[in-house]
Design a protein around this ligand. Structure first.
Ligand SMILES: Nc1nc2c(ncn2[C@@H]2O[C@H](COP(=O)(O)OP(=O)(O)OP(=O)(O)O)[C@@H](O)[C@H]2O)c(=O)[nH]1
Ligand SMILES: [K+]
Ligand SMILES: [Mg+2]
Length: 416
């Protein structure tokens, strides 16, 4: 039996099975099997799900964040790219005007956001319809999916559902947080299960449900810790791994063609905003929303006795590596992190000006930070310092080792 047939069989069985407490366990197992087959289908025996390395899709990452424009054909994605950025992307009244990935730069509040215009996708995109696979691979690489929808189309919600399903089917999770579940694989000892809260969505025997999901994925020894009231799908997400948790903003375009009541209804939906690119309606609000969803945070650094550098902020993001002083140091240089002593912080995050802070302090947008590094004497006296230096050296060695191994592998391949 082929993978597709197996998937069909399991889906049929699931639709035949009534959903209740007694069947919870059985359904969970079926779901886990389904997820395994689907991930096999995506990765395939040859490896590689849709890759962005295809002609015209391999756009280099640039700027402080990346936004992908995803939507059905002719919803106005290219019109939008041309409006937000200096890049002109061809727009026209027929479907599939855009055939590759076209990058543009949105300069907003002193940060540079890479916006990617893409071909329209349709149902079945993830399975390779049209250039669906390539488009979705680009979407996976983005920090924010800007889902563009045509407000005048009937079946608007259906379009939104289809697009969401396509992205979900390749392991993307929109506007969700990774489940607070850790699974540490072991070599022996069976499955040890612990939870720190009441589990209401896994039936009467949550442990059994989880163990069975693990078994389907051939994990027989593991330590499982659940810290959140999760459902079966969330457990499966953790077991399968490789999920991409990404923000999604729904932008309803062409509101110039619908009634004010209809506009009002769309604008109230969660994670949504309304606009008309052609009529230049709400475009500033869109930029603000993109900024907010990306969680961009500008930090102005300063040297002792000098004014802050207001020209070029260091841009951090709450949705990527966070905005702690440590993230700032790592962003500037590994030396700054290694030699860090304390930071002086001015701005919204500081209780008083300036506040003396450690690495874990979380910074706010437009804070000014002066990082004070250790003197040589201080560094020598610091017990942790030596450990840190060793850590850095080990990391460097590991990196070199990895690179050498990779090179060897490549050469080996070429020789074969
Ligand atoms: N009425 C109205 N039409 C718009 C608006 N924005 C874009 N359009 C029109 O919609 C049509 C399609 O625009 P495109 O930008 O080519 O759409 P696309 O999503 O890039 O399309 P593909 O590349 O084919 O997937 C064009 O005729 C645009 O002029 C708008 O705000 N209102
Ligand atoms: K078009
Ligand atoms: Mg286009």
């Amino acid at each position: 039996m082929g993978v597709l047939e197996k998937i069909k069989e399991i889906e049929d069985e699931m639709s035949r099975t009534q959903k209740n407490k007694a069947t919870n366990y059985h359904l969970g197992t079926l779901k886990a099997k389904l997820a395994k087959l689907k991930s096999e289908l995506l990765i395939g025996p040859g490896g590689g799900s849709g890759s962005a390395k295809e002609d015209g899709f391999d756009v280099q990452r640039a700027g402080d964040a990346r936004v992908a424009l995803i939507g059905f054909p002719s919803v106005g994605k290219s019109t939008l790219l041309s409006s937000l950025t200096e890049t002109k992307s061809e727009a026209a009244g027929y479907e599939f005007t855009t055939l590759t990935c076209i990058p543009g730069n949105l300069i907003y509040k002193g940060t540079r956001i890479q916006v990617l215009d893409l071909p329209g996708i349709i149902e079945g995109a993830a399975r390779g319809k049209g250039r669906g696979k390539e488009v979705i691979a680009v979407a996976r690489s983005a920090d924010l999916v800007l889902m563009v929808l045509d407000a005048q189309k009937e079946g608007l919600q259906r379009h939104r559902d289809i697009l969401e399903a396509e992205l979900e089917s390749v392991g993307m999770r929109l506007n969700k947080n990774p489940p607070d579940v850790t699974i540490v694989k072991k070599t022996a000892g069976g499955v040890k299960f612990n939870s720190t809260c009441k589990l209401t969505k896994l039936g009467d025997e949550p442990q059994k449900v989880v163990m069975n999901i693990l078994k389907v994925h051939k994990i027989n020894n593991a330590e499982v810790l659940v810290r959140e009231d999760v459902d079966v799908d969330q457990i499966i997400d953790v077991v399968v791994g490789n999920r991409k948790y990404v923000k999604c903003l729904y932008a309803y375009n062409k509101i110039d063609t619908i009634t004010i009541e209809e506009v009002d209804e769309l604008a109230r939906k969660p994670y949504s905003m309304v606009m008309s690119v052609n009529e230049n309606l709400n475009m500033d609000f869109l930029k603000e929303k993109i900024w907010e969803f990306l969680g961009l945070t500008r930090i102005y650094t300063k040297r002792k006795g000098a004014p802050p550098d207001l020209e070029e902020p260091v841009v951090l993001s709450t949705i990527r590596k966070g905005t702690s002083v440590e993230s700032l140091c790592n962003n500037v240089s590994s030396h700054m992190r290694r030699d860090f002593n304390f930071a002086m912080v001015w701005g919204k995050s500081a209780k008083h000006a300036p506040q003396r802070c450690g690495l874990s302090h979380v910074l706010s947008d437009q804070d000014v930070v002066q990082v004070v590094t250790k003197t040589v004497k201080q560094a020598r006296n610091d017990k942790n310092y030596q450990k840190l230096v060793e850590g850095f050296e080990q990391k460097y060695k590991d990196k070199k080792k990895k690179a050498a191994a990779l090179k060897k592998k490549k050469v080996g391949k070429l020789q074969r």
